[in-house]
Structures are given as structure tokens and as C-alpha cells.
Design a binder for this molecule. Structure first.
Ligand code: NAP
Length: 279
């Protein structure tokens, strides 16, 4: 039986700590503020933005929302980012993805001042992470590292296998694990012998977005299993990438879905906003 890594509880603890920190900053005249830009009307994005707004409220971080219509032009979006970059009262800027197809999201991310890039997507922050310098780190990978730390799991010297190489999860998480002195292997859709590779892992991370992809025969008994995936199964239930029912009995630690990595993502975003305000 594995120890269940309780992301919900841990995220709540982090938020309480941040609340105190924000109150303290306010006594010094610093009012942390997050600006969120949403372009178009993606239903899932609306939920994500609402959750971010709620988290800010709870902690005492000011929240300003910029809802732009579907037909927003490149110039309008870049001008808004420029204004927010210049505004002294705004500490963090977040551009909610996806944005309409006629706009270039990479160009927009790159336009955000890297010192306000609380999502950690700007090339300067990505580069700083690669060379092990202090930077804003993408929230989901940062949340995974925080979970390991809080549960006393030290990656040093361990074999870590990360399945998924996206710019927002797989790559930055691999980098963080490497910076923490793990021996890291990254798997992706072209990887051969993925089962054998996964079975070597002391820390196995699934971040690919395929329900029940990680089956029990892919897991070394006693491994730490981190499930980043968020999928809907045939019954519409939220599930991860790991066959939880069969893997949990042989793992040493495991994250559930929901209630695992998910809640940590917003908590780490809040950490990044407070960090930006302090700078
Ligand atoms: P993504 O951009 O679609 O990337 C998926 C990655 O998985 C790609 O690198 C892809 O390989 C790889 N992959 C796909 N099928 C594979 C297969 N059969 N075998 C091995 N590798 C395979 O997804 P993402 O944004 O990283 O998200 C991954 C999952 O995490 C999704 O379920 C997403 O909803 C979830 N997520 C959760 C949180 C959270 O807060 N918990 C945050 C972000 C994302 P290629 O590069 O070769 O295509």
C-alpha cells in the first residue's frame, strides 16, 4: 500500500502560509497583484480563470481580469501586454491559453516582461532554469517538486523517468529533477521500449494525457509515482494517466487524481505572484 500524496491538503497549507506573507507585505505598502488576460471564450479557460481569481481572493492578492473578444488583433493583444509590463501596480501577468488561432501564443508569451512572467514560460525564465539560476518556474512542475520535498522524497541519485516532453510540464520537470541531482530519462511518443524504461524508475512521472497509460507492469515495486495527467474517462470522471487501482498497491508513494498535482498548480502560481511582488 502506497502513501497517498495529498496535494489538496498541501496546497491549502501553502495558501495559508502565503496569506500571512501577503498580510505582512501589505503592512510594508506592497500589494501583490496578478493580471490575467483571456482572449476569446473558451469554456474550460473560464473555469481556470475563475479558480485563479478565487485563490487570489482567499490569499489577499489583487486580481485584475482582461477579457478580450475572439476577434482581438495581434496589435491589441501586444499593446495590452506592453501596458501591463509598464504598470507599476501589476506584479504578475498571466496569459490564459488557448488563445484564438489567428494569434501567435509564443509571440505573446515572449512579449511578457520576464520579471512578471509568473507562469515561467518566457525564454529567459526557461533558460535560467536550464542553467540552474533562480527564475520563475512553470507552476505544475514546481508543484511536483514541492510535493516531493514536503513528503521527504529526495531525488538525489535516484532514477527519474518523465513520460511527456511538453514545454509546460515534461521538459521543465525533467530539468528540475536534474537540478535536484536525479538521473533523468525523458520519454515521449517516439520512445521505444517505454515499459522497460519506466520500470527502471525510482520516481516515475506520467505527464502525457492518456488515461491508464501507466499500467502496473511499468512500475518498479516501491517506486514513487506522480500522476500529472488530467483526463475524462468514458463515464466523464476525472482520471490521471496512471492505472491507479492496480499501481497504488505496489508504489511507495502515489498522487491521486483529482486531489494530487492539480491543486498544487494554482498554489504555486500564487507563490510566484508573491515572489514577483517581493522583487
Ligand atoms: P501535451 O502538450 O499534449 O504533451 C504530451 C506529451 O506526452 C508529449 O510530449 C507527447 O510526446 C507525450 N506523449 C503522448 N502520447 C504518448 C505516448 N503514447 N507515449 C509516450 N509519450 C506520449 O500535454 P501537457 O500539456 O504536457 O499535459 C500532459 C497531461 O497533464 C494532460 O493530461 C494535461 O491535462 C495534464 N496537465 C495537468 C496539469 C495539472 O495541474 N495537474 C497541468 C498541465 C497539464 P510528443 O512530444 O512526442 O508528442
Amino acid at each position: 500500500m502506497a502513501i497517498i500524496i495529498n496535494g489538496k491538503e498541501l496546497a491549502q497549507k501553502l495558501r495559508l502560509g502565503l496569506k500571512d506573507e501577503v498580510e505582512n507585505l501589505k503592512t510594508k505598502g506592497i500589494n501583490p497583484k496578478l493580471a490575467v488576460i483571456m482572449v476569446g471564450n473558451d469554456k474550460a479557460s473560464e473555469v481556470y480563470v475563475r479558480n485563479k481569481s478565487k485563490a487570489c481572493n482567499e490569499i489577499g492578492i489583487e486580481f485584475e481580469e482582461f477579457l478580450m473578444p475572439e476577434e482581438t488583433t495581434r496589435e491589441e493583444l501586444l499593446n495590452l501586454i506592453k501596458d501591463l509590463n509598464e504598470r507599476k501596480d501589476v506584479n504578475g501577468i498571466l496569459l490564459q491559453s488557448p488563445i484564438p488561432k489567428h494569434l501567435d501564443i509564443r509571440e505573446a508569451f515572449n512579449a511578457i516582461d520576464y520579471r512578471k512572467d509568473v507562469d515561467g514560460f518566457h525564454p529567459i525564465n526557461v533558460g535560467k532554469l536550464a542553467i540552474g539560476e533562480e527564475s520563475f518556474v512553470s507552476c505544475t512542475p514546481a508543484g511536483v517538486m514541492k510535493m516531493l520535498e514536503e513528503y521527504g522524497i529526495n531525488p538525489e541519485g535516484k532514477r527519474a523517468v518523465v513520460i511527456g516532453r511538453s514545454n509546460i510540464v515534461g521538459k521543465p520537470l525533467s530539468q528540475l529533477l536534474l537540478n535536484a541531482n536525479a538521473t533523468v530519462t525523458i520519454c515521449h511518443s517516439r520512445t521505444q521500449n517505454i515499459k522497460e524504461i519506466a520500470r527502471e524508475a525510482d520516481i516515475l512521472v506520467a505527464a502525457l494525457g492518456k488515461p491508464k497509460f501507466v499500467t502496473v507492469d511499468m512500475v518498479k515495486p516501491g517506486a514513487v509515482v506522480i500522476d500529472v495527467g488530467i483526463n475524462r474517462n468514458e463515464e466523464g470522471k476525472l482520471v490521471g494517466d496512471v492505472d491507479y487501482e492496480h499501481v497504488e498497491p505496489i508504489a511507495s508513494y502515489i498522487t491521486p487524481v483529482p486531489g494530487g498535482v492539480g491543486p498544487m498548480t494554482i498554489a504555486m502560481l500564487m507563490c510566484n505572484v508573491v515572489k514577483a511582488a517581493k522583487q
